[in-house]
Every structure is written in C-alpha cells, then in structure tokens.
Write a protein that binds this ligand. Sequence first.
Ligand code: G3P
Length: 220
Amino acid sequence: MKPILLINLKTYKGGTGENALKLARIASKFSRRGIDVILAAQPMDITRVSKAIKTFSQHIDPIEFGAHTGHILPESVRKAGAKGTIINHSERRIPIRDIEKCIARAREAGLTTVCCASGIEIVRKIALFKPVFIAIEPPELIGTKISVSQAKPEIIRKSVEIVRKASRKTRVLCGAGIHSREDVSKAMELGASGVILASAVVKSRKPEKVIRELIEGFSK
Ligand code: G3P
C-alpha cells in the first residue's frame, strides 16, 4: 500500500469552493510519485475537487436512504465522487455506536474509512470495528506547529501496536501539527502508514512548496 498524505481542507477559506479546486490541482501534481495524495473536502466541494484528485468526504452520517433531512448520506458522497470518508474527526465527534455504524455504512457504499481517534483508549475501541485506517490525532496539537510525531511519538507507536493485534486490515495514520518533512519521516519511522494534516497546507501562501517538502519526508 502506498503511503498516504491526506490533506483535510476543513472549512478553511483556502479550502472552500474554487480555492479547494485550486489546491486540488496543485496537490494532483504530486499524486503520481508513489504517494497517495488525497484531499478531504466539504460535501459541497466533493464533485469539483474529485475531478482533479482522489477525494474523501470530511464526514458521513450513519443513515440509510430515507427521510433524514440535512444528513450526509454515504451513497451521496460516493456518487459525488468521493472514494472515502473521515469519520469521527475531533471537530466532528460522534458517539462510539455511531462510529461503528458509519464504518459499516461506508463499507456498504464503497467508501474507504479513516476513523479518527483522540487517544489510545479510543484507538482500542475503534480497532475492533476494523476500519481501513485509524488516524490518531491528539486534539491539543491540532492547528499548532507542534507535531504529534515529534511531541508524542509514544502515542503513534502504541496505536500501531494495538491496531496490529486487533485488525490485520487496518493501518494507522497520524495527524496534528504536522508541517515539515521531519514530521512526516518521523511518523513513518514510528510505523504509521501516512499522515493527515490541514493548516500547514491549507493556510499556507505557498501550498505547493509545503506539499513538496512534506512528500520528501516519505523518502527520508
Ligand atoms: O485532520 C487533520 C487535522 O485535524 C490536523 O490539523 O492543522 O494540525 O494539521 P492540523
């Protein structure tokens, strides 16, 4: 499996609407170099972004076709062009029973699952549901310049160990504060299969330069 660079556009201005497409075009220049570069877009932007690059949704709801006004239906994001979805991001948390249901519904809809966990205990619980990826993200480091791989290496090592025992199908990503090639190479050294990040790219005036540097971290 290729290492993953998952850029979460969140609801940043630089990651919304036409700006999301601009970033997708920039990021797509890097997606053929042995790295799986993916953008997690807002539902409204999935169609346009997915024309340029592999795209995930930032969220789905654990619902089926039917009367669920205002919810995000897994099949809709798939039809819009998403290949996967984030579930339970720290900024969009859901109860554990909904996490299990979302993973199952995503599977039915043909979506890859990246299930976020804020700490070791939640990694342990989510691993039992066997998502494709578990992304460990300590919330206090999100949006900072202190990366999880430099500040909390143990949490990555431990997550990899737990996940390896619980599910052979699941891989670990890590995120929060990732902004340099060293952050990426350290994450890979600790056993992660890739990284998830947002502000370093989406808030940058030179996103192409930042993505290039991050990609270099995979080959260190
Ligand atoms: O989903 C990625 C995220 O929460 C990390 O954000 O800005 O610390 O890279 P950031």
